[in-house]
Structure formats: C-alpha cells, structure tokens
Design a protein around this ligand. Structure first.
Ligand SMILES: [Zn+2]
Length: 377
C-alpha cells in the first residue's frame, strides 16, 4: 500500500515510459514461466522423490532431512532465477536511470534478501511439515491460524526489525515539517512514534513515503528522495493518503482478506495433496517431496485471485485519496504531487484497461488526478 512516487532525472517521454513498462512486464512473464517450469520439472521427472530419499539417507530425522531438501531446492532455484532477477532488478533500473546502486551494492542487497527470505521460508516450511506430521487431520486449520498470527506479528515488527536491515533511518530534523505531520496524525486520531528519514537515495531515484507498523510501532517514514523534491504541503498530501488507509480501517480489511485467502489456500493444498499425492508417489501430506505440488497449488491460487485482490486494493486506494483530499487544506498540493510524478517519473499515465484491471494495485496517476480535480470542483 506504499504510495510509490518516482522522480526520474529525465523527462517522461511517453514512448520511453512505455518501453520501460513493457520490458518489466516481459521479464515478469519470463520469471513466472521459469518458476512454473521449475516446479513441473521436479514433479514430472520425479526428481523430487529422489532428492527426498537422498536427504533422508544423509539425515534421517525428518526436520533435518527437510532442511537439506529445502537448501538444494531453494539454491538451485535462486541460481536459475539470477539472470532474470539481475535484468529486472539491476540492468533495467540502471538503463532507465532509476537506480543509484553499484553492482556490488545490488549484490549485497540480494544476499541480505536471500538470508532474510530464506530463513523465513525455511521456518515456514519446517512448521508446515511439523504440523502435518503431528496433526495429520487438522494441520491445515492450525497452519492457517498460525500464519495469520505471524502476518500480524510481522506487520508490527517489520519497521523495527526488517526494514533497518536494508535501509538507513534517521529522525527528520525539520521542526516545521514534523509539526505539520503531527497535526495531520492528530486530525486522523492515529498516534505515531516519530517521523523518520528513509535513506533511499543510495539505492534509487524513486521516492516513497509510508506509515509503517501498527499500534506502538507505527511511524512515519519519508524517503530522502521525496524530502528533496516535494514541498511540505506535497509531503503532507502524500502522508494524508497513508493516514487514510489507517482511518478507513484498510489494515483490518486487508487482514480479513488475507485470512480468507490463507484459509482457502491451506484448504486447497490439503485437498490436492490428499487426492493427487498418492498418484505422484508421495506417501502422505507429510511427505515433503510434495513441496513442488504445494507451491504449484498456492501459486495457481494467488494467480487466479490476483485480479480480485487488485480490484479491492484499487477501491481502498481511491478511499484513501478521498480521505487525503478531505483532510488537507486544498487539493492543489495533492494534484501537484501527482503532476510532479506524472511529469518526471516513469509510471504509465494511460495503462491499457486490461493491464490495469489485472495487475495494478493502484488506479493510474491520470485517474487519481482526475478524481482530485473533480473533488476540487
Ligand atoms: Zn495507498
């Protein structure tokens, strides 16, 4: 739900913007096909059964064997994924002058991401297969409930534990701006624990601001790139949108959607593993050789649900924009922050309708500006 605002150094030639987004989409499609092929190859060649048997022969305790399986399965995937990850995350961003990262800096971030993401993935998989071994009848309900609790915990702790691994933060030192934003938070009735400058400029030219955390970890973070290019009323307009998400209970609504999706997901995984597992040579849901099948089911489900989730998201974004426009002095600051974006960033002003419908979590810049202008009238 971050309000991404990109400030590029070069002007936004529509043809150039179009090329950037087409390249990004093609790389995403290639990555998607690669992931799908990766899972299918493990299943159809039955290599997954061989890797599981090998892991069990090296380390008979199931948790340890699963760890060996996960390391092999995950690291091979990372290696195959590297060219697309490099093209999308480094080469394309450099080519369009959006990135400030050196290759070494990018590689360091990738390794950190692999460390954090890998640790979380191993934890999740060990937990899932442990519940399958201990509660074969009820494992999917238990897992779904535990994942929801974990999501809430992560939303609370991310600004304190995870974000500082990747970014530098320091308190904003402009008293007038702090007072302006504190006044905004009082109007919203949402307390925040300070206003922080988010060091994005060492990585990218893109600008961003957010309200991270929940309850007593909630804080305002504003990227240095945004502080450099946006006037105080424009910064306020961007943050007013973020407060809109909290005031309109979008965090709770998002959690409700996530809860429903998680339960449907684990229910489907359980059904598929029970019905198709034996035919593919798995001795039961707790046989971790079925991991590629489990990932295939969750992947297919999230792909099918994506348009619905995005539809819901765009509706919430529109509500947050309406809150922002109502809570700031004049819509001009909102419109100018959007116009600034439209003039200098590389986001598409007119995405094709079907692309926006399927893939975009936010309404297009053009629609958001039109909405603000109609609000002004
Ligand atoms: Zn938003």
């Amino acid at each position: 739900m971050l309000n991404a605002i990109s400030v590029a150094t070069e002007g936004a030639d529509p043809a150039r913007v179009g090329r950037y987004h087409r390249a990004r989409r093609w790389l995403s499609v290639a990555g998607f096909i690669l992931d799908l092929a990766y899972l299918l190859v493990w299943l159809l060649t039955r290599w997954t059964l061989e890797l599981r048997s090998f892991a069990l022969s090296v380390a008979p305790p199931p948790a340890l064997a699963l760890l060996i399986y996960l390391l092999a399965f995950g690291l091979i995937h990372q290696a195959l994924d590297l060219p697309i990850g490099y093209a999308k995350g480094y080469w394309l961003e450099r080519r369009y002058a959006l990135s400030n990262l050196t290759l070494a800096g990018w590689a360091k971030d990738q390794l950190k991401g692999l460390g954090v993401g890998g640790a979380l993935a191993i934890l999740a998989a060990e937990w899932v297969y442990w519940t399958m071994r201990h509660w074969p009848q009820y494992w999917w309900e238990i897992c779904a409930a535990a994942f929801i609790v974990f999501f809430i915990l992560l939303a609370n702790l991310a600004p304190v534990l995870l974000l500082p691994i990747f970014f530098k933060f320091k308190p904003v030192e402009d008293p007038a701006l702090i007072e302006r934003l504190m006044e905004l938070s009082r109007r919203a009735g949402k307390q925040v624990r300070g206003v922080y400058e988010w060091g994005l400029s060492e990585k990218t030219k893109k600008a961003n601001a957010a309200l991270t955390g929940l309850g007593n970890t909630r804080r305002i973070i504003i990227s240095d790139t945004l502080l450099d290019h946006f006037s105080p009323p424009e910064v306020e307009a961007v943050l007013a949108h973020e407060f809109g998400h909290h005031v309109r209970h979008h965090i709770l609504r998002g959690l409700a959607v996530e809860t429903a999706v998680t339960f449907v997901g684990f229910y489907s995984v359980n059904a598929v593993l029970r019905n198709w597992g034996p035919r593919l040579g798995f001795y039961g849901p707790a046989d971790f050789a079925n991991l590629p099948l489990l990932l295939l089911v969750t992947g297919a489900l999230s792909f099918l649900l994506l348009p619905l989730v995005n539809l819901h998201s765009r509706q919430m974004e529109r509500e947050a924009d309406a809150y922002a426009l109502a809570s700031i002095e004049s819509p001009d600051a909102f419109i100018s922050s959007m116009e600034k974006l439209a003039a200098t960033n590389l986001s598409e002003r007119h995405p094709a309708a079907w692309i926006e419908f399927l893939f975009h979590s936010h309404p297009s810049v053009e629609k958001r500006i039109a909405f603000a202008k109609s609000w002004a009238r």
